[in-house]
Ligand binder design. Structure first.
Ligand code: NAI
Length: 284
């Protein structure tokens, strides 16, 4: 099935970026949030971001207008009617996501596909809470969606081949490279990334080296664009801890046990860049 109209629910960091990418690829987009004001605010952030691209000469002003003309801020979920695909990017809480899908579904046509951008919640379990588990899938964009090339496509136990094919084709139309993962906690990217970050925390905790030297070693020694502690500060240490806890609990192996130093930073409120302090300081 061809996807021409997309609903994005959750107009935050990720949802706004996903809406922008879809509109840039020529799709018509409706962007919803918990209130019409929040949806409108999300659309304003997209407009501001595109404005910066125009200032830098990376996008013509007409391009900005064309993209914005394809995104509508939704007054409510009923505006999602007519969407071929609804991508959920709300808060990372299973109950909130289940509840949203239950409220959203009656507004959608029977053929519409539901996707979640979740980083850690089971696609199989979310699918089971809907009336169309075969047309439910994980579509995990990386942050920020307009810049990052990858989309992880996660097949729940119930996801049909047709749904997988439609979503993979769409992701390619958005200019993304896809990888397909089974529905196992962490999928591919976080399964590999979070243990790397956690190991860097253990190394710092043990006094193996300074934070700067651990980051420089990984950055230059492994040719990564940034060191793991810098990256953790970008992601948010609370988010890193949350995913580490999911891996540890669900996969059950000691190798996923979160470092005490990571827990302590979160307890101290040193959550990374967004808090002005994480493994590094950003307060001036
Ligand atoms: P965010 O906090 O920037 O945005 C979440 C948005 O959802 C907010 O605008 C909020 O008002 C809205 N929202 C919350 N509950 C809602 C509800 N019941 N109905 C409608 N809207 C609601 O969060 P962010 O970072 O955009 O994350 C969203 C999702 O994307 C999460 O599932 C997260 O795990 C996932 N994700 C996040 C990445 C990241 O690096 N931040 C990367 C990949 C996935």
């Amino acid at each position: 099935m061809a996807i021409e109209r997309v609903a994005v629910i959750g107009a935050g960091q990720m949802g706004g970026g996903i809406a922008q990418v879809a509109a840039q690829a020529g799709l018509s987009v409706v962007l919803a949030d918990a209130t019409p004001e929040l949806a409108a605010r999300g659309l304003s952030r997209i407009a501001a971001g595109l404005g910066k691209l125009v200032e830098k000469g990376k996008l013509p002003a007409s391009g900005r207008e064309a993209v914005l003309a394809r995104i509508e801020a939704a007054p409510g979920l009923e505006a999602c009617a007519g969407a071929d695909l609804a991508i959920e990017a709300i808060v990372e809480k299973e109950d909130a996501k289940r509840e949203l899908f239950q409220r959203l579904e009656p507004h959608l046509g029977p053929r519409a596909i539901l996707a979640s951008n979740t980083s850690s919640i089971s696609i199989t379990a979310l699918a089971a809470a809907t009336r169309r588990p075969d047309r439910f899938i994980g579509m995990h964009f990386m942050n920020p969606p307009p810049v990052m090339q990858l989309v992880e496509v996660i097949r729940g136990l119930q996801t049909s081949d047709e749904t997988w094919a439609a979503v993979t084709t769409l992701a390619k139309r958005l200019g993304k490279v896809t990888v397909t993962s089974r529905d196992v906690p962490g999928f591919i990217v976080n399964r590999v990334l979070i243990p790397l970050i956690n190991e860097a925390c253990f190394a710092l905790q043990e006094g193996l080296a300074s934070a700067e030297d651990i980051d420089t070693a990984v950055k230059l020694g492994l040719n990564h664009p940034m060191g793991p502690l810098t990256l953790a500060d970008f992601i948010g240490l609370d988010t890193c801890l949350y995913i580490a806890e999911v891996l540890h609990r669900e996969l059950g192996e000691d190798k996923y046990r979160p470092a005490a130093l990571l827990r302590q930073h979160v307890a101290a409120g040193w959550l990374g860049r967004k808090a002005g302090r994480g493994f590094y300081r950003y307060d001036g």
